[in-house]
Design a protein around this ligand. Structure first.
Ligand code: C2O
Ligand code: CU
Length: 484
């Protein structure tokens, strides 16, 4: 036993799908797949967790009747998931079956994995053609909250829901009375439930094209039951392509335990901006009765995301004290001997023309006859096109084992969540805000902000560096670093 087989995986998904389809008030808890297995002995080969991920169109109910179900694309019958849960030390073997009508691959966001498993078509692997399969096989080195998604045609596919969560549980550390993944995502929906326009030139050239229906685990403002009086860990995943979150819990004192899956000194949840791709592990004490509300305060009036309702006989847990999670074993950057590389994130002349037309009140895209949709650049070099077929040269070649400080400068009036593959970097600071030092794989640059991050380039290969507002990525704000 101890193996997550396909049947168990799909059964978990099916159960959740029918819950969602029934629209129960307590819908919204993400489906979990938790293999029960003894701890891994030191010398033994890692135990294998096997999953099959069939990427294909499916139907899901997001809007209530009389709207129809939404034609989505997902990796399993679990909606919106799936959630793969495994323990640190286990090996993941994930078989992707491509049931889409285009080539695809899976990128395992935030994992420090071997380059060949990173899932970037043309750069780290051949794309998986429609109808074909591909198996990913690696041992996640760190515990934490990660996710996975395609790396091509991403605005459209993520817009249809193609993403899943990967939770690697730590082997020790504080105990929680509940551990709830919360996948936050907006949808672009027509009143009848169909997917509307997920991208416009206007959005792509500015802050991104925003959805109109906010969901947590595929449900609109779900009520999620939690054990009364218990210590609740929520894992917030911002899997949206453009939405910035400032998550707040109304009715409970909440603390951040980890950013992008990597533990940090617990800190009050109070104004932590979580851009696309950011994950926050949060703990709060559930009240004895009543409800705690999760809202997005990054709006003129806070927008509801979900509610946690205390249920059952209240647990007595003593005074609430958020304990740190066990620290991750990420190689510490050697700042004294680091080399600094500067990356400027800017708009292209095309995007600036768009912005000016807009200011002058001209009708936007249609008035400008644009031959190319290249709106963004890194060091003045835009990625050649939306796909990955034409690879540019690397932005920089890094010496393996050496520490690098990346100075990330946002020269634009928009926010950009900048993500580096294959490494977790130490966020050193910003010229605008005071931030605690913490590890992350995506850092949100505010307008005109400059941030510094450091990491040991210990993972050989070609690693994408890009904005995780996917429309920005696909209109030029993407490149890669080569660790050789
Ligand atoms: Cu989640 Cu290259 O991205
Ligand atoms: Cu961006």
């Amino acid at each position: 036993m101890g193996r997550l087989d396909r049947r168990g995986f799909l059964a978990a998904g099916a159960a959740t799908f029918s819950l969602a389809a029934l629209g129960t008030a307590s819908g919204g808890a993400a489906p979990a797949v938790r293999p029960a297995a003894p701890p891994v002995a030191d010398a033994a080969p890692p135990e294998v967790v096997e999953v099959e991920l069939v990427a294909r169109p499916r139907l899901a109910r997001i809007l209530p009747e009389p709207a129809g179900p939404t034609p989505v694309a997902t990796y399993s019958d679990a909606f919106p998931g799936p959630v793969i849960r495994m323990r640190q030390g286990q090996r993941l073997r994930a078989r992707l079956v491509n049931g889409l009508d285009e080539h695809t691959s899976i990128h395992w966001h935030g994992l420090r994995l071997p380059n060949a498993e990173d899932g970037v078509p043309f750069l780290t692997q051949a794309p998986v053609p429609a109808g074909a399969t591909h198996t990913y096989d690696f041992v996640p080195p760190d515990a934490g909250s990660f996710f996975f998604h395609p790396h091509c045609d991403t605005t459209r596919l993520l817009g249809r829901g193609l993403a899943g969560l990967l939770i690697v549980e730590e082997s020790d550390g504080p105990r929680f009375d509940a551990d709830l993944p919360c996948m936050v995502k907006d949808w672009h929906l027509e009143p009848d439930g169909r997917i509307g326009t997920v991208s416009t030139d206007r959005g792509a050239a500015r802050a991104g094209t925003f959805g109109n229906v906010a969901t947590v685990n595929g449900s609109i403002d779900p009520v999620i039951p939690v054990p009364a009086g218990g210590d609740i860990r929520i894992r917030l995943f911002n899997v949206d392509s453009s939405r910035i979150l400032d998550p707040m819990l109304e009715g409970a004192e909440a603390w951040i335990l980890a950013v992008d899956g990597i533990p940090m000194t617990p800190r009050r949840l109070d104004g932590w901006l979580a851009g696309p791709a950011t994950r926050l592990d949060i703990v709060f004490r559930a009240p004895k009765t009543g409800t705690v509300r999760l809202v997005n305060a990054y709006a003129s009036t806070p927008r509801p995301l979900a509610a946690f309702r205390a249920e059952g006989t209240p647990l007595s847990r003593g005074r609430f004290r958020p304990l740190p999670l066990p620290a991750a074993a990420i190689p510490a950057p050697d700042l004294a001997r680091a080399e600094t590389l500067r990356f400027d994130f800017s708009a292209t002349a095309v995007a600036r023309a768009f912005a000016e037309a807009d200011l002058a009140g001209l009708p936007f895209a249609d008035s400008l006859c644009l031959s190319e949709k290249t709106f963004w650049a890194i060091n003045e070099t835009p990625w050649p096109d939306a796909g990955h077929e034409r690879l540019p040269p690397p932005l920089a070649v890094l010496e393996r084992g050496r520490t690098y400080v990346l100075e990330l400068a946002n020269l634009t009036p928009h926010l950009h969540p900048i993500h580096l593959h294959g490494h977790s970097f130490l966020v050193l600071g910003s010229d605008k805000r005071s931030l605690p030092r913490h590890y992350a794989d995506t850092v949100l640059l505010e307008p005109r902000e400059r941030m510094r991050v450091a990491f040991v380039a210990d993972n050989p290969g070609d690693w994408m560096l890009h904005c995780h507002i996917i429309e920005h990525q696909e209109t030029g704000m993407m490149g890669f670093l080569r660790v050789a």
